[in-house]
Design a protein around this ligand. Structure first.
Ligand SMILES: Cc1ncc(COP(=O)(O)OP(=O)(O)O)c(N)n1
Ligand SMILES: Cc1nc(C(=O)O)sc1CCOP(=O)(O)O
Ligand SMILES: [Mg+2]
Length: 203
């Protein structure tokens, strides 16, 4: 399995199919404040849609649900199940991602054996409440240098207010990819926005 350069974060399956047709191959379902049944139904149809387009399906926050609906992976933050517990529950082939805001976070996730790290936020975003301190490009640079110095090679995905114009600078620093919600979801033409992100990745 290759960790994608473009992770799309969505809270719905509505409007997702044209984005998958546009070439998206990695989607994270990130839903807050739904009851268990609604969450199951949504996650189940999300996985079926991703399977139709051979895209990786990642469920945010809920490892047991991710396993139950046959998703490819789960993304876990500091308030969620620990990656070590999730690995024991889900096995070695399940994709597990973790959230970081500091080098120490990245190091801990690397030691816990996650498959990728979501590092952010790059800048303020309305998509997430209780945002960690904003890193800016300078913050990323420092953390990426520490990763290099410590031979940490886990793929690192930048997140938080990412725009297509940020990609060149982030890739220059050694970031593996980006996780994006609003820049695609709120674009006038979301499928065109997906293609614009993918075009940079293909350079
Ligand atoms: C790729 C990626 N990186 C970070 C996050 C944030 O996860 P978390 O800290 O658990 O916060 P919530 O998304 O649950 O609000 C993510 N979802 N994806
Ligand atoms: C889900 C999430 N986690 C973040 C973190 O910093 O951990 S920022 C974020 C929101 C990403 O969406 P957008 O591209 O709209 O900013
Ligand atoms: Mg979470």
């Amino acid at each position: 399995m290759n960790i994608s350069n473009l992770h799309y974060i969505t809270d719905t399956t509505q409007g997702l199919e044209p984005l998958l047709k546009a070439g998206l191959n990695w989607v994270q379902l990130r839903v807050k404040n739904r009851n268990e049944k609604e969450m199951y139904n949504l996650a189940d149809s999300f996985v079926a849609l991703c399977e139709k387009y051979k895209a990786y399906s990642i469920i945010n926050d809920y490892p047991k649900l991710a396993r139950r609906v046959g998703a490819d992976g789960v993304h876990l933050g500091k308030e969620d199940m620990s990656p070590a517990e999730a690995r024991a529950l889900l096995g070695k082939d399940f994709i597990i991602g973790g959230t970081a805001n500091t080098f120490e976070d990245v190091e801990g996730l690397y030691e816990a054996g996650v498959d990728y790290v979501g590092l952010g936020p790059l800048r303020f975003t309305e998509t997430k409440k209780n945002l960690s301190p904003v890193l800016g490009l300078e913050g990323y640079n420092e953390i990426m240098q520490s990763c290099q110095a410590n031979s940490i090679r886990t793929p690192i995905i930048a997140i938080g207010g990412i725009a297509v114009e940020d990609l060149a600078a982030l890739y220059d620093m050694g970031l593996h990819g980006v996780a994006v919600s609003a820049a695609i979801r709120k674009a006038q033409n979301p499928a065109a926005a997906v293609k614009a992100f993918l075009a940079v990745n293909a350079l």
